[in-house]
Design a protein around this ligand. Structure first.
Ligand code: CUA
Length: 330
């Protein structure tokens, strides 16, 4: 091959590589990693991407060069020369991909093994999914509709479902894990950044799939200790604890609870809803809306609220919750 042709090939390859690198680097494809496991997963992603861009550059260079250099002149309808295989070329294009794929497998296997390690003292949290809400139970038995983690401390999530298959995902923590009825799947998360991030259901699980969201608060060790000391809950009326435990704020706005969910009716306007519904007193209306949410659907909303609260919320706690909502309603 002449020196000029090599230079042309390399030049096309460099341009293709620059275009590939620009697409990879200039577009923010990945969220900022908030966990150690996510950092490792992002490393695998970039490792694979670098290989892909290199392969793309070589293929693009050969392709563009060949199309341009070996194109048929006008009026040339003759056949090209018959070509039999090229043994050394075939060995090269078999060995190189084999090496690259093996390298990706090894890096992935190491990351997968590392990401499964929870360390000596993980925080054990039971995660329960149901149509269409998340519930997180801590070792002390307290449970919440949102997740709270401590920065720097591994947490082992034991994930299951009470009805259909859901999937637990926090984009900033990178990992997804299915929530399957009758099965307990685990993932380890080791937060490295404080902040609030979304918890998303990433398995189509029914009409309310898209609203099956919660959030994770990652707190500094000091803030986490304070959170635990407070009983893992804001001090307030007992109804507030029930409101938080069953994740009502994930879908409803309610100022007394600092809840800002926008999926279901705004509970600050309960009195207006009750007046329009004509279903007994405000108290009766609130009670019925929790235990039989399908009985009356406020105009503009859908029948998405879990129908299982009648079995899930103990009677005394249900009474506390109803009182709390009635008193907080304007
Ligand atoms: Cu639960 Cu989608």
């Amino acid at each position: 091959m002449r020196r000029g042709s090599v230079i042309q090939l390399v030049a096309i390859g460099l341009v293709a590589g620059a275009v590939g690198a620009a697409v990879a680097l200039l577009i923010p494809w990945l969220p900022t990693a908030a966990g150690k496991e996510a950092v490792r997963i992002h490393f695998v992603y970039w490792f694979t991407t670098a290989i892909a861009i290199t392969v793309f550059s070589v293929v693009a260079a050969v392709l563009v060069y060949s199309i341009w250099k070996f194109r048929a002149p006008p009026d040339d309808f003759s056949d090209g020369p018959p070509i039999h295989g090229h043994t050394s070329l075939e060995i090269v294009w078999t060995v190189i991909p084999a090496v690259l794929v093996t390298a990706i497998s090894i890096v992935s296997a190491v990351v997968l093994a590392e990401n499964g390690k929870a360390g000596p003292d993980p925080l054990l949290i039971k995660v329960k999914a149901q149509q269409f809400a998340w519930n997180f139970t801590y070792p002390n038995g307290k449970s919440f509709g949102y997740l709270t983690l401590e920065k720097g401390r591994s947490a082992k999530l034991d994930i299951t479902s009470v009805d259909v298959i859901h999937s637990f995902w926090v984009p900033q923590l990178s990992q997804k894990q299915d929530a399957v009825p009758g099965q307990h799947n685990t993932i380890v998360v080791t937060p490295i950044r404080t902040g609030t991030y979304p918890v998303v259901c990433t398995e189509l699980c029914g009409l309310g799939h898209s609203i099956m969201r919660s959030h994770v608060d990652i707190l500094s060790p000091t803030d986490f200790a304070a959170w635990v000391k407070k009983g893992g809950s804001t001090t307030g009326p007992p109804g507030l604890a029930v409101f938080q435990q069953f994740g009502c704020g994930g879908c409803h706005t309610f100022k007394p609870a600092a809840a800002t969910g926008a999926v279901g009716p705004d509970l600050d306007n309960l009195k207006t809803y009750a007046a329009n519904a004509h279903r007994g007193t405000l108290e009766q209306f609130v009670h019925e809306s929790i235990v039989a949410p399908g009985a009356y659907i406020a105009p503009g909303y859908q029948d998405l609220m879990p129908h299982t609260f009648a079995q899930q919320i103990p009677k005394n706690q249900l009474a506390q919750l109803v009182q709390y909502l009635v008193q907080g309603a304007k």
